[in-house]
Design a protein around this ligand. Structure first.
Ligand SMILES: [Zn+2]
Length: 195
């Protein structure tokens, strides 16, 4: 086998979270000895560790690992980046798309690194507004481009399943630095992502 993808979990954390999930499921009125639920606390514990793995990853390192000297100085756009995160108020998912653009200033970054840093920040307890700012600041401070723009469009399960039950509402957040603070540059970007 030339390639093997594997998941590794901290046993102590998994055991602790598993015990607590068992208690939560019981407190909610379920029987954790029921056949279908026997392994659920452990599966949930592992799922949550996966979904919050961003706490243990360094987005600056990820960007720095693939920065290249390059004189290209036109807008670079990666759009429709799939995004899955957890709202920190309800620990329910929010999901959608991120669109990122930057204008290089002597360095470009490997294109696959932009979705990677979206994941690093999304796989934490988040609010969409902070997620947008963190991606923006990370690219701005690390790559030091002439400008950077981030737009996130997401649906929030805490709005759709509970609360106001607005099934089709999409929340849009955006942030702009440098050249993108100029209205023409910003509009060009928004047009290119279809906004
Ligand atoms: Zn929420």
């Amino acid at each position: 086998m030339s390639y093997k993808d594997f998941e590794e979990y901290n046993i102590q954390v998994t055991d602790d979270v598993t015990d607590r999930y068992k208690k939560i499921i019981e407190d909610l009125g379920e029987n954790t000895e029921r056949d279908g639920l026997l392994k659920t606390p452990e599966r949930a514990a592992k799922a949550m560790q996966f979904l919050t793995q961003g706490y243990h990853q360094d987005p600056v390192e990820i960007l720095k690992s693939a920065m290249f000297k390059e004189s290209y100085n036109e807008m670079v756009i990666v759009k429709d980046i799939e995004l899955y995160s957890l709202c920190e108020h309800h620990i329910l998912p929010f999901f959608g798309k991120a669109h990122i653009a930057y204008i290089p200033n002597g360095h470009i970054v490997g294109l696959s690194k932009l979705p990677r840093i979206v994941d690093v920040f999304a796989r934490r307890l988040q609010v969409q507004e902070r997620l947008t700012e963190q991606i923006l600041d990370c690219i701005n401070d690390t790559l030091k481009p002439q400008g950077v723009a981030v737009v996130i469009e997401a649906s929030h399960m805490c709005m759709m399943m509970r609360g106001v039950q607005k099934q089709n509402s999409v929340t849009t957040t955006s942030g702009f630095r440098g050249q993108f603070e100029k209205i023409e540059t910003r509009n060009e970007f928004l047009k290119l992502i279809g906004k």
